[in-house]
Design a protein around this ligand. Structure first.
Ligand SMILES: Nc1ncnc2c1ncn2[C@@H]1O[C@H](COP(=O)(O)OP(=O)(O)OP(=O)(O)O)[C@@H](O)[C@H]1O
Ligand SMILES: [Mg+2]
Length: 249
């Protein structure tokens, strides 16, 4: 299996080299754990190395996401201008919108004067951008928003299956973030964890009275990987993992 560098200092070491190329990896974490930072770091390092990336903004519009990341010394403009980094605003998937959208329109259902974005049209748009812009890395942040759209459990499952199948067909290496709402040790496994080739957990643990950020590779099909909790930090340079340190000593 071909591996590609994650762009996260220390993380390649836990994976024996990097992410499996062309596969989908789920990043599970609580609010503020660094999901968006990790996804963007992965895209940015790829973009700099001439592997164009697509960020699919599901929750907050791209401008807001960039603003949130402004405390890191990362500039996206040049990468965007050179077609190495693309942002897709998919926030309207959560709601019905009545305004027209510029190019890459995924508003297919015309309901009176209003348009509705669907999961199918989002998939079509992603696939179109991937082939037209030679995209190699995708970040979907977070997939939770897609799920919230469906009250019906079967429709939700079908949408999720369709979405992961499309990511797999795209040939890109994809990172998909998902929000953790309960205690990590008590959580129920979600469908998206079974549909992904790999699952990475980001959590905050309390150890000896201190809060420690810890990362764990829960699964990575086809790769012998580290399984321990390892400490990580978020600094002005983004996420750094300490692959040889232990959280519990
Ligand atoms: N320059 C910085 N130096 C150190 N830590 C930072 C810096 N910028 C942000 N952080 C930390 O990173 C966290 C935000 O990370 P990020 O937005 O990637 O998390 P997230 O898991 O995507 O959160 P959400 O669930 O809200 O989307 C902040 O809560 C803050 O603790
Ligand atoms: Mg985020």
């Amino acid at each position: 299996m071909q591996l590609i560098s994650t762009g996260i200092k220390g993380l390649d070491e836990l994976l024996g080299g990097g992410f499996p190329k062309g596969k989908s990896i789920l990043v599970v974490g609580s609010p503020g754990s660094g999901k968006t930072t990790l996804l963007m770091q992965f895209l940015r390092v790829g973009a700099i190395a001439d592997e164009p990336g697509l960020y699919v903004a599901m929750d907050e519009p791209p401008e807001q996401v960039k603003l949130n990341l402004s405390s890191f010394g990362w500039s996206f403009e040049e990468l965007e201008r050179n077609g190495k980094l693309l942002f897709l605003d998919a926030t309207s998937l959560k709601k019905v919108v009545g305004t027209k959208v510029a190019d890459h329109s995924f508003l297919e259902e015309n309901i009176g004067s209003e348009f509705k974005m669907t999961v199918k049209s989002l998939i079509r748009t992603i696939m179109k951008i991937v082939s037209e812009e030679n995209i190699q890395r995708i970040a979907v942040d977070p997939i939770t928003s897609l799920m919230l759209r469906y009250g019906n459990v079967y429709r939700r499952r079908r949408a999720m299956l369709m979405f992961f199948d499309a990511l797999s067909r795209s040939g890109c290496t994809s990172l998909i973030s998902t929000e953790l709402r309960t205690n990590i040790l008590k959580r129920r496994f979600q469908l998206e964890e079974f549909l992904s080739q790999g699952v990475i957990l980001l959590h905050s643990l309390v150890h000896a009275g201190n809060v420690v950020r810890a990362i764990q590779i829960e699964k990575m099909r086809g790769i012998p990987h580290d399984t321990q909790f390892r400490p990580y930090q978020i600094t002005v340079n983004g996420i750094e993992v300490f692959p040889r340190d232990r959280v519990f000593s």
